[in-house]
Design a protein around this ligand. Structure first.
Ligand SMILES: [Zn+2]
Ligand SMILES: [Zn+2]
Length: 286
């Protein structure tokens, strides 16, 4: 069995294995060295945020049974995509693919903040009143489907090796859980890590209720895009303990902490043109 066949046959097992492994490590770290006190009980957070994650996983398998690795295999069979067309060394193809896919995720993240209809979906991620390992996987089902379609389009154009796609998915999932976790780490370590990966202190700024802070630090994995494109912000004005997490107008736990409220969140509030980059106005009629 080749490595590609192994990946295609065991895609779910590989991804779930890494998910649970890294989740366990980050959850233990959160218990041993938490950064902030939670405002909503951990039980409510875990049941509902993880409930959404499992619901999404189930729906995604129904809608796209072959997943991203299946699309990479298909593109390779058809000879589609730059890296299937041009001969490049295997390891170069892997590195280029992982970096390019991460760049697309950065652009997608900027886009879901800038386009009002997409912000409605993405606000489910931001409405979380706390910031912990479960926030990292908390996205509305429709945003998850949209992400998958963008990933498919990227794979068709890029033609990445199958192994690069699984590496990217596992690394992105791991870094999202890492940088959303409610852990404290020495400032010096954060400083060094920030040059290679988005750290919890770096991404927490993005979850601030303040507009300018939420419109910074869009990276999920590689920290370079924010520095390159001028969206990097070092620290929150109020400090990591003093800052408020979430969205100004969405503070009721029924709406933002319980699963039915989260699923309904994109569809409430009037549609108005002020919503562009004005997060506090997007639900201004409540
Ligand atoms: Zn965001
Ligand atoms: Zn986030």
């Amino acid at each position: 069995m080749s490595i590609d066949e192994f990946i295609l046959a065991n895609e779910v097992t590989i991804r779930l294995g890494f998910f649970f492994g890294i989740f366990a490590v980050m959850a233990a770290w959160e218990i041993l060295a938490p950064k902030r006190a939670l405002t909503v009980s951990k039980t409510v957070r875990w049941v509902n945020n993880l409930g959404l994650v499992f619901f999404n996983t189930f729906i995604l398998r129904l809608v796209f049974p072959a997943a991203a690795v299946g699309m990479a295999a298909f593109a390779s069979e058809q000879g589609w995509g730059l890296l299937n067309y041009y001969q490049v060394p295997f390891f170069v193809a892997i590195a280029v693919s992982v970096i390019a896919m991460d760049f697309i995720i950065y652009l997608q993240h900027v886009m879901v903040h800038a386009v009002p209809a997409l912000w409605r979906l993405h606000r489910v991620h931001h409405a979380d009143l706390d910031y912990d390992v479960t926030t990292g996987a908390r996205f509305h089902t429709i945003e998850i489907i949209l992400s998958m379609l963008i990933k498919f389009a990227t794979i068709i154009v890029l033609g990445p090796p199958i192994v690069a796609v699984i590496i990217f998915e596992v690394v992105l999932n791991a870094t999202a859980m890492f940088n959303h976790s409610n852990v404290s780490m020495p400032k010096g370590l954060d400083r060094v890590l920030r040059w290679f990966v988005v750290t919890p202190d770096m991404h927490r700024v993005h979850h601030s209720v303040e507009d300018d802070e939420a419109n910074s630090n869009f990276g999920f994995n590689l920290p370079w895009w924010d520095r390159l494109f001028g969206t990097y912000r070092d620290q929150p004005r109020g400090g990591h303990q003093g800052m408020t997490i979430g969205i100004h107008n969405y503070r009721s736990t029924k709406q933002v902490s319980w699963l039915p409220g989260m699923l309904a969140l994109p569809f409430i509030g009037k549609v108005n043109s002020y919503a562009i980059n004005r997060r506090e106005w997007s639900g201004g009629d409540e």
